[in-house]
Ligand binder design. Structure first.
Ligand SMILES: [Fe+2]
Length: 209
């Protein structure tokens, strides 16, 4: 008997590897927190201006050079998936979790824009027992948790509506990653309106909504 399955819905994230000077970026992210500089972008406030219970407290506003290096590298990957000018980088920041700390459950949804976009996380190092990242999706009302343990240089791309958290960092050192949010452009929106057969990779990330 031939079995025929048709996909009802599906949610995916994609995994890539960035060819960058990871140790240089690692140091720059730490420096941006403890020796902040004036920048032309303002993706995040300085942590001293943030209530410690907010996830922004772990974030750091990257130096312009780090911001641009990451923007160019991630845009190259995103353009390779979607084509040019389909998604726009709107913010990029560093994320530092001290030893024994963790990040609470959150998503990167843009509350000013209804159309789900994408988010990414890049790992300039991968200390043992640093906690990785756990994604939480929902299947017929049940939470489904997927733990991911990135390697140095890994780039994860996922829906900005996808809940996730960072389990406890038990590595004995600060755990550093960088993240960004991507907004869908009108060019991509117009393609999606016409995409009745769900051919665009967008649907892999954001589901057949
Ligand atoms: Fe996050």
């Amino acid at each position: 008997m031939e079995l025929k399955f048709e996909l009802l819905n599906g949610l995916f994230f994609s995994k890539h590897n960035l060819d960058l000077d990871h140790s240089k970026i690692l140091q720059e992210v730490k420096d941006s927190r403890y020796k902040p500089k004036k920048t032309s972008h303002n993706s995040r406030p300085h942590f001293k201006d943030v209530w410690p219970g907010h996830v922004f407290y772990e974030d750091t506003n990257l130096y312009d050079e780090t911001y641009l290096t990451l923007k160019n590298a991630v845009t190259k990957v995103v353009d390779g998936i979607f084509g040019e000018d389909m998604l726009q980088q709107i913010e990029i920041w560093g994320h530092i979790i001290p030893h024994k700390d963790q990040t609470t459950v959150h998503a990167h949804r843009d509350v000013f824009n209804d159309a789900p976009g994408l988010s990414w996380a890049y790992y300039p190092h991968a200390p043992k027992k640093a906690g990785g990242i756990t994604f939480i999706s929902n299947v017929n009302g049940f939470d489904h948790k997927v733990p991911v343990y990135p390697k140095t240089g890994d780039l994860l791309i996922f829906s900005n509506t996808l809940l996730h958290y960072t389990p406890r960092n038990d590595s004995g050192e600060e755990r550093v990653s960088c993240s960004g949010n991507l907004k869908i452009t009108n060019k991509l929106k117009n393609i999606l309106y016409e995409d009745m057969e769900y051919k665009n990779p967008y649907w892999f990330y954001n589901g057949r909504c």
